[in-house]
Design a protein around this ligand. Structure first.
Ligand code: ZN
Length: 384
């Protein structure tokens, strides 16, 4: 039940009262003397108004409800139903199955002047300044939601990750090699059957090197995902097994820009959670409120990093908001659990690929047996 919807005629997002006022102003319909929404108006709205997120049409009007004393008990709003009475929103629309009228999901951030965290309150106050000074408008915020919806629809994957892969990835993410940009170990280290002629040859050590070398291309695909993110991924994937999900990796460049701006704000404006300084953002993620503000500033500047930083400086340096409640809105953090989602996608890809056992102990045993067999075959062939 969105409180606002998009009018094709007025090319604007409006709530029910604003829409009726505009409609009556241009005399498209007659004003009902009792203040009711007339049948003609309902029919017009049904043709004209679409969902601001998924663009489904056929809006139904739900009038404001008042109790006997005249007190407002329900805001007027729009409802989108199919002919058979089911929810007509796209399954990925933020209003699908949602009777609250507010966006749902882990991506939402409540910028409230009464929020529990000092950081969220501070960000909420900055958002209020931004709205007051028209640095960003509700249309731009809506456009950002629309952009996120379209990205969600465009990149999908099925969560099919085997749980042991997360254990394996977490072990790999702990290794320094996963954090460095080093390529795979030099091929010169590869095993040669002739080495087995050394009576003191360390078969076990050679097997470990063999497995490490073989796994290196997979470890590189971690691409900076931290052990903490892999652990979050394991929990999320267990809940969402078999589901069709958004491949957030499609927003990689946007995430890098938002993380960069969030770090700038945390360091230079001292805006961060006390326990999560900027240097920890890469491993544990930046606070949602900061990412939501960064995403908004970047969206507003067309992802121009310098312009987004300047816009932040402009907000931060000006006077405080006259009405800090203006920022009492639900913001969007498109990058919630971003690296954990990258880990889920990687684990799902690896599940689909054959040839990986993800049990390092078994792998080393198998490799040792294989090296010894190669040495025996080579010897039997007369040491060619
Ligand atoms: Zn919708």
């Amino acid at each position: 039940m969105p409180a606002t919807a998009y009018s094709k005629t007025f090319a604007q997002e409006l709530d029910l009262q604003q829409l009726l006022a505009r409609l009556r102003e241009v005399a498209l319909t007659q004003v009902d003397p009792k203040g009711e929404v007339s049948e003609a108006e309902r029919a017009w709205i049904r043709r004209d108004v679409i969902c601001t997120c998924c663009s489904v049409d056929g809006a139904l009007v739900v009038r404001a409800g008042r109790n006997k004393t005249g007190r407002l008990v329900r805001q007027g709003h729009f409802r989108f139903r199919s002919l058979t009475g089911e929810d007509a929103h796209h399954r990925l629309c933020e209003f699908y199955g949602n009777e609250t009228g507010q966006p749902t999901g882990a991506e939402k951030v409540r910028f409230s002047s009464t929020a529990g965290s000092a950081l969220t309150r501070a960000v909420g106050e900055l958002v209020s300044r931004g709205i007051e000074r028209e640095v960003f408008t509700s249309e731009q915020m809506q456009a950002m939601r629309r952009w996120y919806f379209e990205a969600k629809v465009a990149s999908r994957f099925k969560v099919v990750a085997r749980p042991e892969i997360f254990t394996w990835l977490a072990t790999q993410a702990r290794q320094p090699s996963a954090r460095s940009a080093d390529g795979p170990p030099d091929d010169l280290d590869a095993f040669d059957p002739a080495f087995g002629d050394l009576p003191t040859f360390k078969w076990r050590r050679a097997a470990v090197d063999e497995v490490t070398r073989r796994d290196q291309p997979v470890v590189q695909r971690l691409d900076g995902i931290s052990e903490a993110s892999v652990k979050t991924a394991a929990k999320l994937a267990a809940k969402l097994d078999g589901q069709d999900e958004f491949d957030r990796g499609a927003l990689r460049a946007e995430y890098a820009a938002a993380l960069d701006l969030a770090k700038f704000i945390a360091i230079h404006a001292d805006l961060h959670e006390p326990k999560v300084p900027a240097h920890r953002f890469a491993s544990v993620g930046a606070p949602s409120a900061l990412l939501a503000l960064s995403a908004l500033l970047l969206f507003r500047t067309g992802y121009d990093r310098r312009a987004a930083r300047r816009l932040f400086v402009e907000l931060q340096s000006g006077p405080s908001a006259q009405d800090p409640r203006r920022g009492n809105i639900i913001g969007l953090n498109p990058f919630h659990d971003f690296d954990a989602w990258r880990a889920i996608k990687l684990a799902s890809d690896l599940t689909a690929e054959t040839g990986w056992s993800f049990n390092r102990f078994d792998d080393i045993n198998l490799a040792e047996a294989r090296l010894k067999a190669a040495h025996r075959t080579w010897r039997a062939a007369g040491r060619p």
